[in-house]
Design a protein around this ligand. Structure first.
Ligand SMILES: Nc1ncnc2c1ncn2[C@@H]1O[C@H](COP(=O)(O)OP(=O)(O)OP(=O)(O)O)[C@@H](O)[C@H]1O
Length: 411
């Protein structure tokens, strides 16, 4: 059988079936198209300004590695005039983050970008290994997510940088839409769909330039550009709810590849209907610094990783077969029973953002989530560990002093 030619250039041999639309492309066209789409997102949303210093939240995983590679390419190709650097958070997970940080260190050399590493241990007095030893695996992602969001902000503040970009992709955003739809949390849904989350109370802006990029295409891009990334998944158990939303979306994607972008777009449309005071922001102003989608992780459950290239190709073939199985399901027509009057819509309270009384981090509560979690951890800390942390007479812990120092750095 003659090889299929590229849908785009009509010359080279097609080696990729685009997950987004099933176009068959050659390697060069796929790379070019992927980069152009990210460029269009950046330009269309006026994401950066010339001369801006931008920190790339770099975990060493495929998404942030691709983000760093693409931003470097686009910055040079289109002369954005950005000053890029890598910012990594060391959660203190031995056998996982220490290895992935080695990848980030190599990336820093490969992309000629400075690298800053900020650790939970130094910021909070707790590594994730210690947190898990204390609270167990269940629910540990909550600690990690809350701590990471603050750590990214504090790391950026330390560098004097006001814009952090993360590798959140279209699949991540679709999951967030789905989860918040199922929870009935419209304010969070609307904030999660926004490409930029910034706040009046914090001067660090966060954005997701890969918001419209499919996870599978990110893997293909990394593979075809032979990027150096770390593909092992976090050793601690994932958040079950996000994992279920992910499985649901992946199943939908098999039947209808555009599902991911469709969910993202539907999320954007729903967000546009949410009044500013309910959403908690104008152009996502006040977008909670504590929102779950903003700082990374989510769970790794069901996630594609670097070693899945063969499985992905197989999956794409299955997608073709799945399309022919698509059937329309008709709901029974409602009979003429008297319908109950609709309940008045629930009033959704808007969030008022302020600062945490303890650490000064942006929060809608008197004490931010991180400090609340730390309170619980410190209360139950084994005595010996407390003694290490309680050096001064007023009982002010090392942790608190570290947080105060971090806060000074953040303001
Ligand atoms: N330890 C970290 N240090 C810096 N940034 C991080 C860290 N963990 C996550 N992030 C940022 O948050 C984004 C989403 O993280 P998450 O762990 O959900 O995703 P992922 O899809 O596995 O991303 P990646 O492939 O980049 O690891 C990452 O792409 C990265 O930009």
């Amino acid at each position: 059988m003659a090889p299929t030619v590229c849908f785009n250039c009509k010359e080279a041999r097609a080696v990729i079936i685009r997950p987004k639309n099933r176009h068959k492309l050659c390697r060069a066209c796929f790379i070019q198209i992927f980069e152009t789409e990210v460029h269009e997102t950046i330009i269309g949303t006026k994401l950066f300004f010339r001369g801006e210093r931008v920190a790339i939240g770099a975990s060493g995983g495929k998404d942030s590695t691709v983000l760093a590679a693409v931003l470097k390419t686009l910055n040079e190709r289109y002369d954005y005039g950005l000053n890029l650097c890598l910012l990594s958070i060391d959660e203190g997970i031995r056998g996982y983050r220490d290895d992935s940080l080695e990848t980030v260190k190599r990336n820093a050399v490969q992309y000629e970008m400075p690298l800053e590493i900020v650790g939970y241990g130094e910021l909070y007095g707790w590594t994730m290994d210690q947190v898990v030893a204390q609270v167990g695996k269940k629910g540990n992602c909550t600690y990690c997510g809350v701590f990471r969001r603050q750590a990214l902000d504090r790391g950026a503040a330390r560098l004097g940088i006001k814009h952090v970009v993360t590798g959140h992709n279209a699949d991540d955003v679709a999951e967030t839409v789905m989860m918040n739809l199922l929870r009935g949390d419209l304010p969070r849904l609307s904030r999660g769909t926004s490409i930029v989350t910034d706040s009046d109370a914090s001067d660090i802006k966060r954005s997701k330039p890969l918001k419209y990029a499919y996870e599978k295409e990110i893997v293909l891009y990394a593979h075809h550009r032979q990027l150096d990334y770390f593909s092992t998944e976090c050793i601690y158990s994932p958040e079950a709810f996000r994992g279920s939303a992910r499985t649901l979306i992946k199943d939908l994607e098999k039947i209808r590849p555009s599902s991911i972008l469709d969910i993202v777009k539907s999320g954007e449309d729903m967000a546009a209907l949410v009044p500013v005071e309910v959403r908690g922001s104008g152009k996502s102003k006040h977008a909670g610094a504590e929102d779950e989608s903003a700082g990374g992780c989510g769970s790794q459950n069901g996630r594609s990783s670097g070693g899945e290239m063969a499985a992905m190709e197989k999956q794409l073939t299955e997608n073709d077969a799945a399309e022919s199985r698509e059937t329309e399901i008709k709901l029974p027509v409602a009979t003429s029973k008297k319908s109950k009057p609709a309940k008045p819509a629930k009033q959704i309270k808007g969030q008022t953002m302020g600062h945490c009384e303890r650490c000064g981090y942006i929060s809608s509560q008197r004490i931010c989530k991180a400090c609340t979690l730390l309170d619980g951890l410190n209360r139950n800390r084994p005595k010996t560990a407390i003694e290490v942390g309680m050096e001064d007479e007023e009982g002010s812990s090392t942790l608190m002093r570290q947080m105060e120092r971090a806060q000074l750095g953040a303001t």
